[in-house]
Design a binder for this molecule. Structure first.
Ligand code: DCP
Ligand code: MG
Length: 587
């Protein structure tokens, strides 16, 4: 935001924006040439009027007048055609640049490390990719080239006016300081309110996005009214920002009208007397109001265009800031294994999301090939964090994580991740078909493979029953499917990718015994023959594990097999087992 407070156009950013148009330099040059050509062409018609009056109308030269009229029409057609190409090409370049930037920023956002998303509201990222980028378009369509074109027009018009009658021109210019002062004041006041408007839009986007995602909670807890109040407040501020900018316009335009009327009055008053004294021709007197109009319009628009340019640059700066963020997980490793053997080792791992508060403290454990490790522990003890760092969504601060005896940072990131599958606690489905949700649009996975995997997991039956079967359209976030169904789909997703290491964050919600056995069967299928880490809440899952790691407040509390852990007097696992699992088992 601090750049928004800068007074002048930021040339560095301007140059960088223009540099984006490099692939389209031909079209951009065309637009620039057209801008230069348009200025003299535009002045041609008023000048023709002047000549017509002086040389033809008063000399009753009817055939000559016809020629002039045709010339006038010709000039009009030429100007219209040029203007068409000018507008089309300058807007086209803007749109082309915006299209490229959108791809760039989307690509960039998807590569950012997860901690960026932990701290940035979704609405802000959406605003960057959609509306901020739209503003950059204006740098081309309304910005630099048209400003240059306007300046050229002003100079050409002034030149012609001076040439026709320098005295009359000077008289007209008496009001110019007022116009420039008004324009400057307007530009400054509109700038602030524009920035307000932009800030409010981003705020509203972020608010709305979050409420829509959490609509269920809003309605269940009857929070509509409170949310409405908050929304109204944001809406009020947004409206106020808009009204402020309208106020500036509604003052500025009439003021310009008054100044131009005064100029016209001055011109007529002086011109009529000069004309009587034969100093100025009648033709010039007729053409001057037209010249004046051509002079005033660009000046009046300049303020607006400068602001648009500036807004475009502010938006561009935000977009560039995002693009420049080197907030990726470092991908400097070069090892791209075809397959993992499947030995996982944590060696004195320390990790904090914010770099300060340790969420994992000195974690060490080892899993042999094909073994299953169950992670157990109370909520917030750091279980999900362990799998997040194993998946390299976050970087650890101290210690090492090794796979097959090699530090994970030495693997190439996408090769590394592709050998690993994660089933998360809260399953996320995208809008699209069930099939697409399972394959994530990976062409290497055939429908047959998907069906086979579904049968193995035990999901085939319910998917078949959906309207359209595998082509059933899943709504955003999978809202039209049950928790268990979503879970099963995510299991199939993991199985078709045939990972060497499987990570499973078991859903905490308890389910009915029948589904329980389906899920249990699915999990057994998943973990068979591969190294697995399961954050387990169900006793049945835990008992199947080769080793159990009990977490407590970021520390490894206990580590061993089921039997070993039950031996520990006053052990945490034993306590958990007796309190929770045994009771559930008995009931
Ligand atoms: N945490 C954080 N930033 C995140 C995620 C978590 O600061 N993006 C914090 C919240 C907890 C701690 O890290 O204090 C451990 O969180 P985990 O998600 O690892 O906890 P669990 O998975 O063990 O808990 P649960 O059983 O509830 O899933
Ligand atoms: Mg968790």
């Amino acid at each position: 935001m601090n750049s928004a407070a800068k007074q002048n156009v930021d040339y560095k950013i301007l140059i960088r924006v223009i540099a984006q148009a490099k692939p389209y330099s031909a079209v951009l040059s065309l637009a620039a040439v057209l801008a230069v050509v348009l200025a003299p062409v535009a002045i041609f018609r008023p000048y023709l009027v002047q000549v017509m009056v002086d040389e033809y109308i008063f000399k009753f030269d009817i055939p000559g007048l016809t020629t002039m009229a045709l010339l006038f029409i010709g000039a009009l057609v030429l100007e219209s055609v040029l203007r068409y190409f000018f507008m089309y090409s300058s807007n086209w370049v803007g749109q082309a640049v915006v299209r490229d930037l959108r791809v760039k920023i989307f690509n960039h956002i998807t590569s950012l490390r997860l901690s960026y998303f932990d701290r940035t509201p979704i609405g802000i990222s959406t605003t960057r990719t959609i509306s901020d980028i739209e503003n950059i378009n204006q740098v081309f369509s309304q910005g630099i080239i048209t400003i240059i074109a306007d300046f050229l027009t002003v100079f050409v018009v002034l030149g012609v006016m001076f040439w026709v009658s320098w005295k009359l021109t000077l008289v007209c210019l008496v009001t110019m300081p007022f116009l420039i002062a008004a324009t400057y004041i307007f530009k400054e006041s509109i700038k602030t309110s524009f920035q307000q408007v932009r800030a409010q839009i981003a705020k509203m986007n972020a608010f709305l996005q979050e409420r829509l995602t959490g609509m269920r909670i809003v309605q269940i807890f009857n929070a509509e009214e409170q949310e409405m109040k908050k929304f109204k407040k944001i809406n009020r501020e947004y409206t106020q920002a808009n009204i402020d900018s309208i106020l500036a316009y509604s003052i500025f335009y009439p003021v310009v009208e008054i100044i131009s009327a005064a100029t016209l009055g001055l011109m007529v008053w002086y011109g009529a007397r000069a004309s009587l004294g034969n100093e100025v021709t009648l033709g010039a007197l007729v053409a001057f109001p037209l010249y004046l109009n051509m002079l005033f319009r660009p000046i009046r628009m300049l303020a607006d265009k400068f602001n648009t340019l500036q807004m475009g640059l502010v938006a561009a700066e935000r977009v560039f800031n995002l693009i420049d963020r080197q907030d990726h997980i470092k991908n400097e490793g070069e090892i791209s294994p075809e397959k993992f053997n499947g030995e996982v080792a944590f060696k004195n791992v320390w990790f904090a999301y914010n770099g300060l508060d340790w969420v994992l403290k000195d974690i060490s454990f080892e899993i042999e090939k094909g073994e299953t490790l169950a992670l157990v522990g109370s909520t917030g003890s750091g279980k999900t964090s362990i799998i997040s760092i194993l998946n390299r969504l976050y970087d650890i601060q101290k210690g090492a994580i090794e796979i097959d005896g090699v530090d994970v940072r030495e693997y190439e990131l996408s090769a590394y991740r592709s050998r690993m599958a994660v089933v998360l606690q809260d399953v996320f489905l995208f809008s699209g078909t069930v099939l697409e949700n399972i394959t994530l649009r990976n062409d290497h996975i055939s429908k047959e493979q998907v069906i086979e995997a579904s049968k193995m997991i035990g999901a085939h039956e319910f998917i078949e029953k959906l309207p359209g079967g595998y082509d059933y359209q899943v709504m955003e976030r999978g809202a039209t499917l049950s928790m268990g169904q979503r879970q099963l789909i995510s299991f199939v997703r993991a199985l078709v990718f045939d990972p060497d290491i499987l990570i499973l964050d078991e859903a905490t919600s308890s389910i009915d015994p029948e589904s329980e056995s389906v899920i249990q069967h699915a999990i057994e299928t998943l973990i068979a023959k591969r190294t697995s880490i399961i954050i387990a809440h169900r006793l049945s899952t835990i008992r199947h594990a080769d080793k159990i790691l009990v977490m407590d407040k970021g520390l490894v509390k206990e580590y061993g097999t089921h039997e070993e852990l039950l031996q520990i007097e006053d052990g945490k696992y034993r306590e958990l087992y007796e309190m929770q699992f045994l009771q559930v088992g008995v009931a």
